[in-house]
Write a protein that binds this ligand. Structure first.
Ligand code: DAK
Length: 257
């Protein structure tokens, strides 16, 4: 892989994916997205991995889809090549996915971070949907996920003016989980990953699925879905282990079965 580096066991049960197109601020071209999709699919199926962390570099998580690659495309080119269909795969990742963001997370970069389940950011992180400045609009969740995360008024302002928000604002608005000094953003993301990796991977997967369902459906349907997934956890050995460990006053040892 040229633009995506994968370290399956960066720490126990946790894989790290690094976007690696630094000269272009990790602009998301077709090849990078294809590689990212494949990396996520492989790690999602790897039993030794329970949590995945996705990072860019200090200057940029990702400055958006590759403008140079899109500039001369027609609508029909976009439709027929359907290069953006790879984006649909990202949200199919079933394991918890944490974005570790430093520097620019713009356009598709912001959308990619929002497709992850949680965001840990450095103080230097800047989030924005500046597509309006190049004559287009967000196309991978910027009008949908951002609105759900920070509300209509703030999303309208960001999307219609293209202005960026700082990490501290993103935290105050509820877009991200944590802001830390730049030298700590990866270790903090890894700490969060380690905490989640100690839980039952079966329960984590079902819980993630249920939370995401809340964005797709109305309350009754969501509660029904949640209850079925709750019942399903009782089919796991991890449920027996977790409850037995509680009774025996010891730490559980989950096997993901
Ligand atoms: N695409 C291509 N190249 C980019 C790029 C981008 N998005 N962002 C930066 N680069 C390149 C620059 O062209 C420059 O290359 P050289 O000139 O050195 O060859 C190099 O990275 C360094 O950038 P700068 O020289 O501009 O660095 P500065 O520090 O001065 O400025 C910046 C940093 C991030 C403020 C600036 O580079 C910038 O404004 N970049 C563009 C940000 C942007 O407009 N992003 C949104 C792009 S549109 C969809 C999925 C996704 C999308 C749409 C649909 N579907 C699933 C349907 C997403 C669309 C977008 O993201």
């Amino acid at each position: 892989m040229e633009f995506v580096k994968t370290t399956p066991n960066y720490q126990p049960y946790t894989a790290l994916i690094e976007l690696n197109r630094p000269k272009e601020l990790n602009a998301l071209n077709l090849q990078l997205m294809q590689e990212l999709k494949e990396a996520l699919k492989t790690l999602d199926q790897d039993e030794s991995v329970r949590v995945i962390v996705l990072k860019g570099n200090e200057k940029a998580f990702a400055a958006g889809a590759d403008i140079k690659q899109m500039a001369n495309k027609s609508a029909i080119d976009m439709l027929m090549i359907d290069q953006f269909s790879t984006w649909d795969q990202i949200k199919k990742t079933r394991k918890p996915l944490i974005a570790a963001v430093s520097g620019f997370a713009l356009g598709g970069g912001c959308e990619l971070a929002m497709t992850c389940d949680m965001i840990v950011a450095s103080e230097t992180a800047k989030f924005g949907q500046p597509e309006i400045k190049i004559g287009v609009m967000p196309g991978a969740g910027g009008t949908q996920r951002l609105t759900k995360a920070i509300g209509k008024a703030r999303t309208m302002e960001m999307v219609l003016t293209g202005k960026f928000i700082e990490a501290s604002e993103a935290l105050a608005y509820g877009l991200i989980n944590k802001v830390v000094p730049v030298e700590l953003y990866l270790s903090e993301a890894m700490k969060l990953a380690a905490e989640i990796a100690q839980m039952s991977p079966v329960a984590a997967m079902l819980a993630k699925e249920s939370i995401n369902r809340s964005f797709e459906t109305h309350l009754d349907e969501g509660l029904h879905f949640e209850r079925k997934n709750f019942y399903l956890t009782f089919a796991s050995e991890d449920q027996k282990e977790g409850m037995q460990a509680f009774v025996e006053k010891r730490s559980p040892n989950y096997q993901g079965k």
